[in-house]
Each structure stands twice: as structure tokens, then as C-alpha cells.
Design a protein around this ligand. Structure first.
Ligand code: SF4
Length: 263
């Protein structure tokens, strides 16, 4: 994964772009900037990586609703999770409950980008678009350089222009804009291995937080025990001093009785 650029640097935009989008939230800021530059955009949803199917439907619905609200053409490509599994060398779906046996990132992601961009580039070539872009570069969790390489490769194969822009500086805007628009926001990249990885990451972070909390609680308990011991020591010392004073008083009293002064 790449550190996000600080500033968005727009590329020179072709007139008619087919924009591959991964989800509604990630499309918000890229669509805003393209529309401001008067680029003619159609949205292409080619995401056979998304699993399970209910998750795919949820993201599709959010992406379609957002594009249509902006009055943009929306194209859904075929949803073929089997093709994705073959492309990334993954286990069959019934075995995909963990990352075991699955090609790890970034190579898994490279194969995943390749499949989706080939799909988009083929559609663009067939339907007379000038170029193909993608919103995948907006995410700080993606591999920006590999996205660019694979977009350029797929476009070269299909004979269309690759319109790569690094949208990562716009990521904070996508968070705000998608919340404002009430779009469904997923908490993992898309494939089942990424869900397992995200769940494992969250569990590890929760365990770290719990361990730090337990450490703080232990340190507090030790501090309180030390304070309690000091209080006990002070109380014991005060009691000892009181006994001494009492003893002295008694002794002084005895002395007065044993050697009464004669007036
Ligand atoms: S983590 Fe994301 S980009 Fe990588 S393979 Fe899975 S869905 Fe594709």
C-alpha cells in the first residue's frame, strides 16, 4: 500500500470516460472532481471480487443509487465470483472461510484489479469510450502503483486510453460525502479473504486495547496498594507516637506520686 499523496493532482481528462467504481462511497469525490471538469462519465460496476452475494447487492444498490441521483449512466457488469476465484488462485467458495490457501496481497489484489479492469476496458472499447478510469486509487488501503500498472495493461490490451488519477488525497472527502449522502459504508475491501483479514485486524486491535487497559488497571491497582500501605504505615506510626506520649504521661504521673513536693 502507498502513502497517500497530500494534494490531488488532476490529470488531463479525456472527453468521455468509463469510470470503474468499486463502491458508492469511493465514487463520491472522484465523480465530484470529474463533473467539475465537465468530463462525460459513465459508471461501470465490475466487482466480482465482492462476497458474499448479499454484500455485493448492498454495494451495488448504494453505487447505482448514487450514480443515478447524479444523473449518470450506470453499467453493471456480470457478477462472476467463480471467475474472481480462478483469477486470484483462490480456493473454491465453499472452502473460502479463511485466508488459508489463498494468494496473499499484493499479488492477490493485482490479479483482482486485472480481472476488473479487463472487464471495464473491454466494455469501453466496445462502446466507444475514450478512456477508462477507476476509483480504486482513492483508498489508502489499496496498492496505488499496482492499480496504475494494471489499468494501463488492461487498457493497452483493449486499445483504449488509461485515465489514471491518484484520488487518495480525496479519501477524507469520500468519508464525509458518503456519510452525508447516507451511503452504505462497508468495513472490508470486498473478497472473503479481505473480510477475514479485516476481522482479524480488528480483533488484534481490540485485544491490544484490552491488554493496554489491563496494564493500566494493574498499574493503578499497584499504585493504590502502595498508597494504602503508606496510609497504614502513617496510621501505625501515629498510633505508636500516641502510645509513647501516653506512656510518658503515665510515667510523669507516677513520678509526681512517688516524689510529692512538700509545700
Ligand atoms: S483485498 Fe480487495 S483488492 Fe485485494 S483481492 Fe480482495 S477484494 Fe481484491
Amino acid at each position: 500500500m502507498n502513502a497517500p499523496e497530500a494534494t490531488f493532482r488532476p490529470a488531463s481528462a479525456p472527453h468521455r470516460v468509463l469510470l470503474h467504481i468499486c463502491c458508492g462511497p469511493c465514487s463520491t469525490a472522484p465523480l465530484r472532481t470529474l463533473r467539475e471538469r465537465s468530463v462525460s462519465v459513465a459508471v461501470h460496476f465490475a466487482n466480482s471480487n465482492i462476497a458474499p452475494a448479499e454484500e455485493y447487492e448492498r454495494r451495488l444498490e448504494a453505487a447505482r443509487g448514487y450514480a443515478e441521483a447524479l444523473g449518470l449512466p450506470f453499467v453493471e457488469s456480470a457478477y462472476e465470483p467463480g471467475a474472481w476465484a480462478r483469477a486470484v488462485g483462490a480456493l473454491p467458495e465453499e472452502a473460502r472461510t479463511s485466508t488459508d490457501g489463498i494468494t496473499p496481497p499484493p499479488e492477490r489484489c493485482r490479479a483482482c484489479y486485472r480481472l476488473r479492469f479487463r472487464d471495464a476496458a473491454a466494455y469501453a472499447a466496445e462502446h466507444g469510450f475514450d478512456a477508462v478510469g477507476t476509483t480504486l486509487s482513492v483508498s489508502p488501503y489499496q496498492y496505488t502503483d499496482i492499480i496504475r500498472e494494471e489499468l494501463e495493461r488492461a487498457c493497452a490490451e483493449a486499445g483504449v486510453e488509461a485515465f489514471f488519477e491518484d484520488y487518495s488525497p480525496l479519501y477524507p472527502e469520500t468519508v464525509t460525502a458518503s456519510k452525508e449522502a447516507g451511503l452504505y459504508r462497508q468495513d472490508y475491501c470486498g473478497c472473503l479473504p479481505s473480510k477475514a483479514e479485516a476481522d482479524a485486524g480488528r480483533a488484534a486491535r481490540a485485544a491490544e486495547r484490552a491488554a493496554r487497559k489491563a496494564e493500566r488497571a494493574e498499574a493503578r491497582a499497584q499504585e493504590e496498594a502502595r498508597a494504602a500501605m503508606k496510609r497504614e504505615e502513617r496510621t501505625a506510626y501515629a498510633a505508636k507516637q500516641a502510645r509513647k506520649r501516653a506512656m510518658k504521661d503515665v510515667l510523669r504521673g507516677k513520678h509526681a506520686v512517688s516524689h510529692p513536693e512538700t509545700p
